[in-house]
Design a protein around this ligand. Structure first.
Ligand SMILES: [Fe+2]
Ligand SMILES: [Fe+2]
Length: 271
C-alpha cells in the first residue's frame, strides 16, 4: 500500500489580519495549502510542518496556526524553525506530547507511521537565525535511530545540513553539528532521506550519502539568485509543499505539489 506523508513548511503565520513582510497573506496561503492537501487524490496518512511555523514566535500566532491546521483530516506533527519560540510552541500546543519530548533546549521525537518512521530534530537556536545541533542532541538522535534500525526513516529538520549556493541563506544555515550528524547517519542506514525547510524553495542535494532536500514554503518563495552577495529577497511565485510517497516494497519518491488550483486535469487524447 502506498502511503502519502505531506511536508508543509515555513508557514510563517501571524495574528489574524497581519501580513508577513508587510505583503504576504500567509494565513490565506496556508488555507489554500490545507485545502490542497485535503483534496489530494489519495488521502495523506500524516502531515508534518518543517519549521518557521509562525513568523515571530508569539503565542497568538500559534493559536492562529492551530485554527488554520485544524481542517487537516490526518495527524499533524510540528517542528520549530528559527522564527519560532520553542517555549511558546510547547505551551500553546501543550496537548501535543511529542513537542514536550527532548530537553528544555530542543524538541526531539519520533513517530511510527505504520512501517515508516518520522524522526524530528530541532535545529533552532534561541534568538538566532542560523541552526545548530549540539552533542546532547546528536547523542539523542543516535539513540532514537538505534532503537528501530529495521524501520525506514525520514529525518526532518528545519535548517538543511547542505550548502544551497544561496550564499546569504548558507550563512544562516546549520553552522554547528553537521559533521556530527554525518557521523550519526553513518551508523544508521535506515535513514532514507533528510527533509528540511528554511529555504522556501525546493532544493535537493546529497548529504552523508543520503538524499537531502528542502521544501517550498506554503507562502512566499526565496528569490532564486546564486550570485555572490545576492540580497535576501522573496517572490510570490507558485507556493506548494512536498508529498513523500512511500511503500514498503518500492521505497520513497518525493513530489513537489503546488497549492493553488490550476486548470485540469485533462485526459490525454492518444490520437
Ligand atoms: Fe522560513
Ligand atoms: Fe527558517
Amino acid at each position: 500500500m502506498t502511503r502519502l506523508i505531506v511536508q508543509l513548511s515555513d508557514t510563517h503565520i501571524r495574528k489574524p489580519g497581519e501580513l508577513a513582510e508587510g505583503r504576504v497573506d500567509t494565513a490565506a496561503a496556508l488555507v489554500r495549502a490545507v485545502a490542497a492537501v485535503n483534496g489530494l487524490a489519495q488521502p495523506a496518512a500524516a502531515v508534518f510542518v518543517s519549521g518557521d511555523l509562525v513568523d515571530s514566535g508569539k503565542p497568538a500566532q500559534y493559536e492562529h496556526l492551530r485554527e488554520l491546521l485544524a481542517p487537516l483530516a490526518c495527524a499533524v506533527y510540528l517542528l520549530p524553525g528559527n522564527h519560532d519560540d520553542r517555549d511558546a510552541l510547547r505551551q500553546t500546543f501543550a496537548n501535543d506530547l511529542h513537542l514536550q519530548q527532548g530537553s528544555p533546549s530542543y524538541i526531539h521525537y519520533a513517530v511510527d507511521l505504520d512501517g515508516l518512521r518520522l524522526v524530528c530534530l530541532d535545529t533552532s537556536v534561541k534568538g538566532a537565525a542560523h541552526g545548530e545541533l549540539d552533542e546532547a542532541q546528536l547523542a539523542d538522535l543516535d539513540a532514537t535511530l538505534a532503537a528501530r534500525p529495521e524501520v525506514p526513516t525520514l529525518l526532518a529538520m528545519h535548517h538543511p545540513p547542505f550548502k544551497t549556493f544561496i550564499e546569504r541563506m548558507d550563512d544562516y544555515g546549520l553552522r554547528r553539528g553537521g559533521a556530527g550528524l554525518a557521523d550519526v547517519l553513518a551508523r544508521h542506514a535506515q535513514v532514507d532521506r533528510i527533509v528540511c525547510g528554511h529555504l522556501h524553495r525546493s532544493i535537493s542535494a546529497r548529504f552523508a550519502g543520503r538524499l537531502a532536500m528542502t521544501a517550498p514554503s506554503t507562502a512566499h518563495a526565496l528569490a532564486f539568485d546564486l550570485g555572490p552577495d545576492a540580497p535576501l529577497a522573496f517572490t510570490l511565485e507558485p507556493a506548494g509543499f512536498l508529498v513523500h510517497a512511500w511503500s514498503g516494497s518500492a521505497g520513497m519518491a518525493s513530489h513537489v505539489v503546488h497549492a493553488d488550483a490550476y486548470d485540469g486535469p485533462f485526459p490525454f487524447r492518444f490520437s
